[in-house]
Design a protein around this ligand. Structure first.
Ligand SMILES: [Zn+2]
Ligand SMILES: [Zn+2]
Length: 367
């Protein structure tokens, strides 16, 4: 089951030329869930390899304008296309009140919109995984969302099953499903005889806007990926405290304490480009990345290598390489993707995120 995160907007409060406002798409198998919908998100989707698909679900972390202003426009676009598929919007308490105002903007829609307010501790059961809403520390009702997969059954040991006399066919399936079976010769085989230990599912936590918070620390324990804001660097610690945001160091300390596998920092203030945020965080927690818009985090199972950042993974090829593409004009020759240059090297051009330490981050590893 594929699971990944597409970063559509990684700037905090105001957009920059390189970074759009909050928007992250969670893709799991055929499911698509949009978390936050800052201004410009529908266009970011259009520009990405994802496209403006008829999203069935949008989760809002909180109701600061940089996280929802894109929603009325996107809802309107869907209506102009004659969408009929229902859409559900989830958010912390206050969602219905917010939509009282937004309805005046988008008017009548061609499809039903359901509003679901999620309080601290509420969870949505999705069969083999669940989505948990957790209240965070941002001064207004604000949720983190945790996507938590159930443990997977252990590996089925075909050799042992054969040796025990189990004929191939339906009995194999029942054993794999955890049932005990009776053999044609009257013997019995239990699933524990042929299944290895259960394997952990994956956990991905998107914390939204928040000061470092005990609730995020708890829900993010041993998460595969924690997406956390780093609006500021430590030099603006006072401002971070006052506004209930986090510094890169604060987020990194939390990730370290929670023992996550990969920390992804987002929601950068427009005075930072990325490398300084990455540097500060990596001194505390080396497994930190600072995704740019259109980067993807592929959340692979541990046995397949664990989570990794795929740079420009959702950027269409023509934007990647074109001479008029947004990276091309920034200097340093044919753009970061043209001549084998390092997209993270501040000397090459483009938006230099994740440059430190050295060139290691560009190797496509799990930094
Ligand atoms: Zn924000
Ligand atoms: Zn906010």
């Amino acid at each position: 089951m594929d699971l990944d995160l597409v970063f559509l907007g990684t700037s905090g409060s105001v957009p920059t030329a390189r970074r759009g406002l909050a928007g992250t798409l969670v893709r799991r198998g055929g499911e698509r869930m949009l978390l936050d919908c800052g201004e410009g998100t529908q266009r970011q989707l259009l520009r990405s390899t994802v496209g403006l698909v008829e999203l069935p679900e949008v989760f809002l972390t909180h109701y600061h304008a940089d996280h929802y202003l894109g929603l009325p426009g996107m809802l309107k676009t869907f209506a102009l296309r004659g969408r009929e598929v229902p859409l559900t919007v989830y958010g912390p308490p206050g969602l219905k009140e917010l939509f009282g105002g937004l309805r005046r903007i988008f008017g009548k829609l061609t499809y039903p919109v359901e509003l679901v307010e999620l309080r601290d501790g509420d969870s949505l059961d999705r069969g083999d995984y669940r989505i948990l809403a957790v209240k965070v520390a941002h001064g207004v009702p604000a949720n983190a969302y945790a996507f938590v997969e159930l443990p997977r059954p252990g590996r089925f040991d075909v050799e042992t099953a054969r040796a025990l006399g189990v004929p191939e066919g339906p009995l194999f399936g029942r054993l794999q499903a955890g049932e005990a079976v009776e053999l044609p010769d009257g013997g019995k085989v239990g699933s524990e005889q042929v299944l290895g230990p259960a394997r952990p599912g994956r956990k991905v936590v998107l914390a939204g806007d928040t000061a470092p918070s005990a609730s995020v620390l708890e829900v993010a324990q041993a998460a595969d990926v924690l997406v956390h804001e780093a609006t500021f660097a430590e030099e603006e610690r006072t401002r971070a405290d006052e506004t209930l945001h986090s510094t890169a160091a604060g987020a990194a300390a939390l990730a370290k304490a929670a023992e996550v596998r990969l920390l992804a920092l987002t929601h950068l203030s427009n005075r930072y480009f990325g490398p300084e945020i990455a540097r500060e965080a990596r001194e505390i927690f080396p497994e930190t990345v600072v995704p740019r818009d259109f980067d993807i985090i592929d959340v692979r199972f541990q046995e397949r290598g664990g989570p990794r950042l795929v740079k420009a993974g959702a950027r269409p090829a023509r934007e990647e390489a074109g001479p008029d593409g947004e990276h091309g004009a920034a200097g340093g020759g044919g753009g970061p993707h043209g001549g084998g240059g390092d997209p993270d090297d501040p000397g090459v051009g483009g938006d230099p995120v994740g440059a430190s330490p050295g060139r290691r981050a560009a190797s496509g590893g799990t930094r």
